[in-house]
Design a protein around this ligand. Structure first.
Ligand SMILES: O=C(O)C(=O)C[C@]1(C(=O)O)C=C[C@@H](O)C=C1
Length: 290
């Protein structure tokens, strides 16, 4: 059985891992902190770790991207896109009016993962503008804290799975600003993973560092992909953290690192005095739209 490190039971990450492995029995090692999820595979405690890296509404989860690049050296082995369906969860009786409706104006505090709170801005602004917002380690942790603190007017934004686990009420369903709210997850590990399903495509993630003060260097890097008609699906700059104004470029290419075209493009980029690091070459899966 595969041993996989993932955020706590009832987190979006936990829901998402089931989809990737299609219900295959897994030995899940739940960790409260994403840093421990990373460390579990780094230390050999788990074979793989589940890492959320991008969200439709919030964009890159920068902290997780930075960990992938700077704190560990574990290749990406699979990617999948899964809907982040968020709900308002609490002790419903605290907010019920005489007519049996929920009065969201009575909410004093909304807790969730810092990536999940901005996904629900419209709902919060409209229904609970006075509520305090508090970011915690995961949506699942938020639900657990709310469960342990009845009578304070606190609610969590999280999954139905977490509400069920803690026996709390779902006071409002699907409260994200956009219905098409998806999260991109990667599975990192030292061995390729066997997923008995055809992928939608295969992708390679590269980290490219340009030579200093070289005008047009990024243009030349992009040309190496462009004239080979290699399809880029992501281009993002992140600070190298070495000095202000110094960046690396995170590039996703729909192609495997074994392809002649991609290997040639990488050689061309290296010949431009750029550093190229392969973060992984892996199959990608998408959750069928609902
Ligand atoms: O807190 C969770 O439930 C997570 O799985 C983490 C995470 C993230 O880090 O982006 C994953 C997806 C959600 O959209 C919000 C939070």
């Amino acid at each position: 059985m595969k041993r996989i490190a993932v955020l706590p039971e009832g987190s979006v990450s936990h829901e998402a891992i089931d989809f990737l492995f299609n219900g295959e029995p897994l030995d899940l090692l739940h960790s409260k902190l994403i840093s421990d999820v990373f460390r579990a595979t780094d230390s050999g405690n788990a074979q793989y770790s589940v890492i959320p890296i991008e969200n439709t509404i919030e964009g890159s989860v920068s902290l997780h991207m930075d960990w992938l690049v700077n704190e560990v050296d574990i290749p990406m082995q699979a990617e999948w896109v899964y809907p982040s369906i968020q709900n308002v969860i609490g002790h419903g009786s605290e907010f019920k009016t005489e007519s049996g409706e929920y009065d969201f104006g009575r909410i004093t505090k909304i807790m969730s993962h810092p990536v999940a709170i901005p996904q629900c801005q419209n709902f919060i602004r409209l229904h609970s503008p006075g509520a305090e917002l508090e970011g915690v380690n995961s949506t699942a942790e938020a639900v657990e804290i709310v469960k342990k603190n009845p009578g304070k007017g606190w609610v969590a934004i999280g999954t139905k799975l977490a509400a069920q686990k803690h026996g709390l009420d779902i006071m409002a369903e699907r409260v994200t600003d956009h219905d098409n709210n998806y999260t991109r997850f990667v599975l990192i590990g030292h061995e390729p993973v066997n997923i008995p399903r055809e992928p939608d495509h295969v992708k390679t993630s590269l980290l490219v560092t340009l030579p200093e003060d070289a005008p047009g260097a990024l243009h030349q890097v992009l040309s190496a992909f462009a004239w080979r008609k290699l399809n880029l699906t992501r281009l993002e700059s992140r600070p190298t953290k070495k000095r202000l104004g110094s960046y690396y470029f995170y590039i996703d290419v729909v192609e495997t690192v074994d392809s002649v075209l991609l290997t040639a493009a990488m050689a061309e980029i290296e010949a431009l005095n750029c550093q190229v690091r392969v973060l992984g070459s892996y199959p990608c899966y998408t959750y069928p739209s609902r």
